[in-house]
Ligand binder design. Structure first.
Ligand code: PA5
Length: 441
């Protein structure tokens, strides 16, 4: 097990090592609650032993579907939102070459849709794939979510007109509930290949199901190593999770209401987006919960850095601290030295980045921002698998320590109800009348 927590710089005058130790029994109790399945939301614990239960047949089937799409399509569009999108996006972005979008693709290029309702986004996407062979992975657990449904209706129609219904049906894969929902009915009717999102795995905990694994495999990455990493964390990671859950809850109880996930590697931007969903949707309820935010350093040191150093002292930072880069770039000597950089000539860019990381930590701790490190040896499938499972289980534990049900998301329905009422969706007549009356006042 390779991911490590360092919470030494998280301690303050009031959040002492003893205060964190005092919360550890609650974190351990939360593990017991998860394992025995007697806590709130216990019908959504399918992710808990998911990594170790994925078998050879499942992995081979996903790899075969991925190979078909890689071999026969130039683009594969993964349609989904929230938990049906962010995990795959996070892993693919973390593993990809930073400029993959501008280089020739080795297999199919994975694109994403259905995660917004931007009209120009959909127009630009359809223009890009027009006249090219493309496949679709449509992902929706409920099978009724508006954003992916709109994108799928448009892209399915386009693909069928472009390639014919038969070719389209062979290159559309649906990932949805085993029996319920509009997408399941459609997939059955059209004869699409399908994968199931287990009933007991919520969207934001589903990256290690076909929801994440299929797009990741289509992008050409090693899903076996990803799963193997998650299994390692499932078997050996409790101590690190306890340390993280206890420390962040101790900080929260001391008034640190905002946790900022920090990276110093641009490839981790979407991992933070995935983490924000995981923790925000799991903990933010009953008027409780740490607000999960994220920054990309050193980029955001030139924007949000001011607020973090000097703003309201209600924040703490969790830094994703990555060991080795995959490539070496050395800063050259320049005889004129007009930029004054010769003092670092001959040194690696990563050495400068590491000093920026250390310097930032020291400055922020001096400025009253407690700092936790999540240390990752390097970015690869295995360590991302460990990290994903680490954050998932620590999230379930943290939610129980906080006293909420970490596995529901009642708050996300409010905007949908208003949107349906405003669009006069059948069945929303009363809400439509009420919202129109509200808008008139
Ligand atoms: O975590 C969740 O449950 C949500 O973010 C869902 O994943 C998201 O709303 C998409 O739902 P669905 O897969 O049903 O389309």
């Amino acid at each position: 097990m390779n991911i490590k927590i360092d919470n030494k710089a998280a301690f303050t005058a009031t959040v002492t090592p003893e205060a964190v130790e005092a919360l550890k029994p609650a974190a351990i109790q939360a593990i017991n609650t998860l394992e025995t399945g007697n806590g709130a939301g216990s019908d959504f614990l399918g992710w808990l032993h998911l990594p170790s239960s994925i078998d050879e047949a499942q992995l081979s089937a996903i790899e075969a579907s991925a190979q078909l799409l890689r071999d026969e399509c130039e683009y594969v569009i993964a349609i989904g939102i929230g938990g049906s999108y962010l995990g795959a996006k996070a892993v693919i972005e973390a593993l990809n070459d930073n400029f993959a979008a501008y280089k020739p693709a080795k297999g199919a290029r994975v694109l994403f849709a259905g995660n917004n309702i931007g009209e120009d986004y959909l127009h630009d996407l359809m223009t890009l794939v027009e006249g090219h062979k493309f496949g679709i992975i449509v992902i929706s657990k409920s099978g009724t979510t508006t954003e992916p449904a709109i994108a799928f209706r448009l892209l399915k129609d386009m693909l069928e007109r472009q390639e014919g219904k038969q070719w389209a049906a062979r290159h559309i894969i649906a990932i949805t509930d085993a029996s319920k929902g509009a997408l399941r009915r459609l997939a059955t009717q059209e004869g699409y290949a399908t994968y199931v999102i287990p009933d007991n795995v919520g969207g934001r905990f589903s990256v290690l199901t076909p929801v994440g694994l299929l797009p990741i495999a289509v992008a050409g990455f090693d899903i076996r190593a990803l799963v193997a990493g998650a299994v390692e964390m499932e078997r050996e990671g409790n101590d690190e999770m306890i340390a993280y859950a206890a420390t962040r809850n101790a900080l929260y109880r001391d008034g640190k209401k905002i946790e900022i996930l920090v990276n110093f590697d641009p490839r981790l931007h979407f991992l933070a987006e995935w983490w924000k969903q995981l923790y925000g949707e799991s903990e933010g309820k009953d008027h409780l919960g740490i607000f999960p935010a994220a920054v990309d350093f050193t980029t955001d040191l030139h924007s949000m850095g001011q607020w973090i150093q000097d703003g309201e002292r209600t924040i703490f930072e969790t830094v994703l601290s990555v060991g080795d880069q995959h490539h070496e770039v050395v800063i050259p000597h320049d005889d004129a030295d007009l930029d004054g950089l010769n003092y670092i000539a001959g040194r690696r860019v990563d050495e400068v980045n590491k000093m920026a990381e250390l310097g930032t930590k020291l400055a922020h701790v001096d400025g009253g921002v407690p700092n936790l490190l999540v240390i990752i040896p390097t970015i690869n499938e295995r360590y991302l698998g460990q990290l994903i499972y680490f954050f998932e289980k620590a999230c379930g534990m943290s939610g129980y320590v906080l006293g909420v049900n970490p596995f529901n998301q009642p708050g996300v329905e409010a905007y949908k109800k208003n949107m349906f009422a405003l669009l006069n969706k059948p069945g929303y007549e009363q809400e439509s009348a009420a919202i129109q009356a509200k808008l008139r006042h």
